[in-house]
Write a protein that binds this ligand. Structure first.
Ligand SMILES: Cc1ncc(COP(=O)(O)O)c(C=O)c1O
Length: 382
């Protein structure tokens, strides 16, 4: 069965008479038992935080999406990042974090974990098997994100995995950009794949959600246990929205992925653009690795503009009619941010012009191009 078909059917209740198409939302903290003897049996849910049939159905969807052995759901994508890391890393460990990781994850490693006695060292996202040079006896995890947030470096995951396997180092990949549709880190040997389901699965910019998918049963159990210790719970209403999002995920993703690539190729030809950062472009430094490991793109890319003042950059962004000015992506509306104020890199000198990130929504691509042209004419004299 193809994925598009799979996600319209999986995790649904078997029709009997007038059965709803999705599992129903059950709201509960207390779960009642007929007999006191059953309170502590352990083989059934005892409390609302232990989930519901709806949560089980969504876990199944993530397992199927990634080919994973088990999924732990989290109340945000960022919580999925911290849960995955906390499941593996302990005080006294050394971890390697890609220089291009999502900013809050980098801060978590370099600030929060540092206070817990963990040494977080950044690695160059383009170093591949050379990463072995950075291994120490206490290295326990490599934290990767491909492509990198804001700057879109593709990492050589098979090379990272091969190096890590010599020392039982776990490889965690933030797989948000591909939606799990165009990249399968677990198949390439990673131990954990993370999703900020807030993006494509939510699809409407109104739910925060995350998932940690593990390759092995043992690791899935470890993550689930950590999640329980941390007390993470996902509201049934949000869980319903994310499962609902899965039904149309592939169709929306296909439109947004195609729009992003088309827009990226078009922008690459505009006079006010210095460089487009989208791995599908042949000019991208990691295009060959992307072509080898990915089956497609994502809804998000960045562009380096010709040098311009911060006022001109803000005026360009303010002049866009169809791109909402805001963080995140994967929703129905295209979004834009200026990246430079949050850039924090050790292995890159930055770019020779302002970096602006575009997330494509479901609008017509020709309208998006016209919008960018108009804003560029007014703000950049293009
Ligand atoms: C790559 C990546 N990982 C994690 C997150 C965090 O997701 P959330 O906003 O659901 O906490 C984001 C959000 O932008 C992201 O882009």
């Amino acid at each position: 069965m193809k994925d598009r078909t799979k996600f319209t059917h999986l995790g649904r209740p078997k029709p009997t008479i007038a059965t709803p198409v999705n599992p129903e939302i059950t709201r509960a903290s207390t779960l009642l038992f007929e007999k006191a003897e059953d309170l502590y049996r352990g083989d059934v849910r005892g409390y609302g935080r232990h989930g519901s049939d709806l949560h089980d159905a969504l876990e199944l969807a993530f397992n199927e999406l990634e080919g994973g052995a088990g999924t732990s759901l989290t109340p945000s994508g960022f919580a999925a990042c911290t849960l995955a890391i906390l499941s593996i890393v302990k005080s006294g460990d050394h971890i390697l974090v890609t220089d291009s990781i999502y900013g809050p994850t980098r801060d978590f490693c370099e600030k929060f974990l540092a206070d817990m006695g963990v040494e977080a060292e950044r690695f160059d996202p383009r170093m591949g098997s050379d990463i072995a040079r950075l291994f120490k006896a206490n290295t326990s995890a490599i934290i990767s994100e491909s492509p990198g947030s804001l700057t879109f470096e593709i990492q050589d995951l098979p090379a990272l995995v091969a190096a890590a396997s010599k020392q039982d180092i776990k490889v965690i990949v933030d797989n948000t950009w591909s939606g799990g549709i165009t990249y399968n880190p677990l198949e390439l040997g990673a131990d954990i794949s993370i999703h900020a389901a807030t993006k494509y699965m939510g699809g409407h910019s109104d739910v925060l959600y995350g998932a940690v998918v593990s390759r092995t049963d043992a690791l899935a159990k470890k993550v689930a246990k950590t999640r329980k210790f941390l007390g993470f719970h996902c509201s049934p209403d949000d869980t319903y929205q994310i499962l609902r999002g899965f039904r149309s995920l592939h169709t929306r993703f296909a439109v947004q992925e195609q729009a992003a690539e088309e827009l990226a190729r078009w922008m690459d030809k505009q006079s006010y653009i210095r460089q487009v950062l989208h791995p599908a472009l042949e000019s991208h430094p990691d295009h060959a690795i992307w072509k080898r490991d990915f089956t497609g793109g994502g809804a998000l890319f960045s562009a380096v503009f010709e040098p311009a003042s911060i006022e001109a950059v803000n005026s360009f962004i303010n002049g866009l009619k169809y791109f909402g000015i805001g963080f995140s992506y994967g929703g129905f509306e295209s979004v834009v941010i200026h990246c430079d104020p949050q850039m924090n890199r050790k292995f890159s000198d930055g770019f020779d012009g302002p970096l602006i990130r575009f997330g494509c929504g479901l609008e017509d691509t020709e309208d998006l191009k016209a919008d960018i042209s108009n804003a560029a004419k007014q703000a950049l004299n293009a």
